[in-house]
Design a protein around this ligand. Structure first.
Ligand SMILES: O=C(O)CCC(=O)C(=O)O
Ligand SMILES: [Fe+2]
Length: 353
């Protein structure tokens, strides 16, 4: 049986394994952001863009953007440098290994829903230092300072990562404003939550896998933060769970586009108008794949709750407030070690109306 060539820790339950027939996304909207970078664009063009973002966030929770204003050279440089980093011997990569104290750096044993992912990652924070709660314990008020860990090799990794993060952050704020407008809120309604943001950027490397029918690069999950801005290479493997029928849809790579998805925080802010949609990553036996998600997250002390302006008698509040930093640290715990309990999810804060 050539089938089982991977460690049992990687094997998905039968119902979560990828199917041999793959459906490609026709439906994931492709949105042109050039209006944002055209100084004399008119109000109608902006209104049309806002409604496209709103429709896509509501129907799919996912969309791709082109003409997004992030110069291609930054993306090419980080891709090249991270290829060099992942090609290093494991011992060298582990010199910047993540541990329970510092969740930033190199890591190859992440578990999603308690099954090991077929990948290795390098995480760095968008702001250095970044502050998060010292523990997941609700009564512990202590705050921990996180610092990025940079490897010696390749020497340019630090600079290209920092430059990339700076550029993508500009796009993140533009998208945040479009989403606010699409909900009928003032453009800068969410901006204040991001002053001390806890954004982190992950470089994912998915090596070829001898049993792509049994394992996943990342198991099914929803992104816990506000927004994710993902660069994927031309190999493909990201699948999104279509809201209409629950089918897994492959997101076909579009050169130089970014894939955007609304995370759990926007779901809560929008009081469920928008939904953070489940996705996962398939691996294949021939090609390695690289992807770079930028997880745009608010300050750790943010209390996440539905926007007052969106709540009324017909549309009552659907969530109790929760603390983002505690949510984040609780989640991090479960992907560091295999826990017997279910991962913390936003529905744990749901109010039964
Ligand atoms: O690699 C990808 O395409 C997506 C990765 C992802 O969903 C994640 O890291 O949260
Ligand atoms: Fe994700």
């Amino acid at each position: 049986m050539g089938e089982v060539a991977v460690d049992a820790a990687f094997i998905q339950a039968i119902e979560h394994r990828p199917k041999p027939v793959r459906i490609e996304a026709e439906g994931i909207p492709l949105i042109d952001l050039s209006v944002l970078n055209t100084p004399d664009s008119d109000a109608d063009d902006l209104a049309s863009l806002v409604s496209q973002v709103g429709d896509a966030s509501q129907k799919w929770g996912f969309f791709q953007v082109i003409n997004h204003g992030v110069p291609l050279e930054y993306r090419e440089k980080i891709e090249l440098a991270s290829r060099k980093f992942f090609a290093l011997p494991k011992e060298e990569k582990l010199m910047v290994g993540r541990d329970e104290m510092n969740p930033l750096g190199y890591y190859d044993t992440e578990h999603t829903k308690n099954v090991r992912d077929w990948k290795e990652v390098f995480d760095f924070a968008g702001k250095n230092p970044t502050f998060i709660p010292a523990s997941h314990e609700p009564d512990d008020q202590e705050v921990r300072e996180l610092n990025n860990q940079w490897p010696q090799n390749p020497p340019e990794l630090r600079e290209v990562c920092e430059e990339y993060a700076k550029e993508v952050q500009k796009l993140a704020f533009k998208l945040l404003e479009l989403i606010a407008l699409s909900l009928g809120l003032p453009k800068n309604r969410f901006n204040g939550f991001f002053e001390d943001h806890t954004t982190f950027i992950r470089v994912n490397h998915y090596p070829p896998c001898p049993s792509p029918n049994l394992a996943l690069g990342v198991g099914r999950h929803k992104d816990g933060g506000a927004l994710t801005i993902l660069a994927q290479d031309d190999v493909g493997g990201l699948q999104v769970k279509r809201k209409t029928d629950g089918e897994w849809i492959l997101v076909k790579p579009t050169p130089n586009a970014y894939i955007i998805n609304v995370g759990d925080i926007i779901q809560v802010w929008s009081n469920d108008k928008y939904e953070s949609v489940e996705h996962r990553v398939m691996v294949n036996s021939e090609k390695e794949r690289f992807s770079i998600p930028f997880f745009f997250n608010p300050a750790h002390y943010t209390w996440v709750e539905p926007m007052e302006e969106l709540i009324n008698e017909q549309n009552p509040r659907k969530y109790k407030p929760y603390n983002w930093g505690k949510f984040f640290t609780t989640r991090k715990r479960s992907n560091f070690k295999k826990l017997d309990v279910e991962n913390l999810q936003i529905y744990h804060f749901k109010i039964d109306n």
